[in-house]
Design a protein around this ligand. Structure first.
Ligand SMILES: C[S@@+](CC[C@H](N)C(=O)[O-])C[C@H]1O[C@@H](n2cnc3c(N)ncnc32)[C@H](O)[C@@H]1O
Length: 222
């Protein structure tokens, strides 16, 4: 039986050993138009469309020459950056291994490691004009812990961006539950000309994921 509007819908039979939750995930994945598009267009993740849509709205990629991709795995965002900006230097970091992407330096390490900023900058050969973070902490199922860990990632990514971005640069980060907290937004507003929240259409409605987009870096304080 097909469910939903037009088109054929794939139903997944509940198999022994598969939980109802993972059956739902698999079914959603098999019927997701962005997953199909990603496969057809050669992107490693449906997340690629979130960056493409954010770029359509905010022209994030325009003129960027050095780009940092925090939480790069499996690589969809960096693929977008390379396709749009074939001459840009790109470096990505992730806890997970990532298959090589032509023209992208990939570091497999924890961004929270004290050595990460220097390693990223060394790979880039100069100050980035775009810092992207799609990092999400692995959830442990305890909402307060999950929220705190994600906030720590966003705050550290922002501190890194504010330390290394070239003047005029852009910082984009995934945030949860409606947005970055107010203290962080206030700090971002001191550092950037504009700070906006956006939920691109490719971001699932059921997910509390949003993006904060900060443009026009004012330069390092002090
Ligand atoms: C949603 S995925 C990124 C998808 C990616 N933008 C794409 O288009 O393919 C989030 C990634 O953040 C990574 N991550 C989470 N915490 C991290 C950390 N402390 N250091 C480095 N990567 C981290 C995860 O391993 C995961 O691969």
């Amino acid at each position: 039986m097909s469910r939903g509007g037009g088109g054929l819908r794939t139903r997944v039979k509940t198999a022994r050993g598969r939980t109802a939750q993972s059956t739902r995930w698999l079914e959603r994945q098999l019927n997701d138009p962005y997953v199909k598009r990603a496969k057809a267009e050669g992107y490693r993740s449906r997340a690629a469309y979130k960056l493409l849509e954010l770029d359509e709205r905010f022209a994030l990629l325009k003129g960027a020459t050095r780009v940092v991709d925090l939480g790069i795995a499996p690589g969809g965002w960096s693929q977008v950056v390379r396709r749009k900006l074939p001459k840009a230097a790109v470096v990505g970091i992730d806890l997970l291994p990532v298959d090589p992407i032509d023209g992208v330096t990939i570091l497999q390490m924890d961004f929270m490691d004290d050595a990460a900023p220097d390693r990223l900058l060394a790979a880039l050969g100069g100050a980035p004009d775009l810092v992207l973070s799609d990092m999400a902490a692995n959830t442990v199922g305890h909402p307060q812990t999950d929220a705190l860990r994600t906030m720590a990632l966003v705050e550290t990514a922002h501190a890194f961006a504010a330390d290394v971005l070239a003047p005029g640069g852009t910082f984009v980060a995934k945030v949860f539950a409606g947005g970055a907290d107010s203290a962080l937004v206030a700090e971002m507003k001191r550092n950037f000309a504009t700070v906006k929240h956006a939920k691109p259409p490719a971001s699932r409605k059921a997910s509390s994921e949003w993006y904060v987009v900060a443009q026009g870096f004012k330069g390092r304080a002090g």
